[in-house]
Design a protein around this ligand. Structure first.
Ligand SMILES: Cc1cc2nc3c(=O)[nH]c(=O)nc-3n(C[C@H](O)[C@H](O)[C@H](O)COP(=O)(O)O)c2cc1C
Length: 165
């Protein structure tokens, strides 16, 4: 059995490595803000509740995009497909190029989703919970589409992978 030593130095790099052992999917959280598509990639997405329908993701307190994004009436959430590795990097890169060459749709309420995602959700912010250096954002679902067959993009140990089916 693993022995836990006390007073471990839980430095961020060590924690990041340990957290990265847990594989996740990746979503794009996006909306039209002041007429421009605005958004980011997030691997912290998870389903939370069926009634009411809720999902969550965590956003860093340092995010420059979140203060704009949270002003949108509705937020789109798209589950990225396994061919979205580059798109995902782009959604985490320079703000002005995040949606270059990416096929997107905006709803009347401003939720932005990616056409080629595996599933798309139309959401509004249900609650924001302070959580250390992140904010846990609970999103209420208003509509869901999952038209695409296919496999999700997997984020694991800081790299992208695919499901071995
Ligand atoms: C695979 C992947 C997953 C990410 N997951 C998150 C996340 O869950 N929460 C978060 O705040 N940032 C996450 N990021 C970083 C954001 O996409 C973005 O780069 C970061 O928020 C900085 O940009 P901003 O200042 O516009 O928010 C992730 C990046 C990548 C590539």
């Amino acid at each position: 059995m693993t022995e836990f030593s006390t007073n471990q130095d839980l430095d961020p790099a060590k924690l990041r490595n340990a957290f990265g052992v847990f594989p996740t999917g990746v979503v794009a959280v996006a909306a039209e803000v002041d007429g421009s598509p605005t958004g980011l990639a997030a691997s912290s997405f998870t389903s939370v509740s069926l009634d009411p329908p809720l999902v969550s993701f965590s956003v860093a307190n340092t995010s420059k995009t979140w203060p704009d994004l949270r002003r949108a009436k509705h937020l789109g959430v798209t589950i990225l497909a396994d061919h979205h590795g580059e798109v995902c990097r782009q959604l985490a890169g320079p703000v002005e190029r995040r949606f270059d060459g990416v096929a997107i749709k905006a709803s009347d309420d401003g939720a932005v989703t990616l056409d080629e995602g595996l599933a798309q959700f139309d959401t509004t912010i249900y609650r924001e919970v302070e959580a250390g250096d992140h904010i846990i954002v609970l999103l209420e679902l208003h509509a869901v589409e999952h038209p695409q067959a296919g496999n999700p993009l997997i984020f694991h140990r800081s790299g992208f992978g695919k499901l071995a089916v």
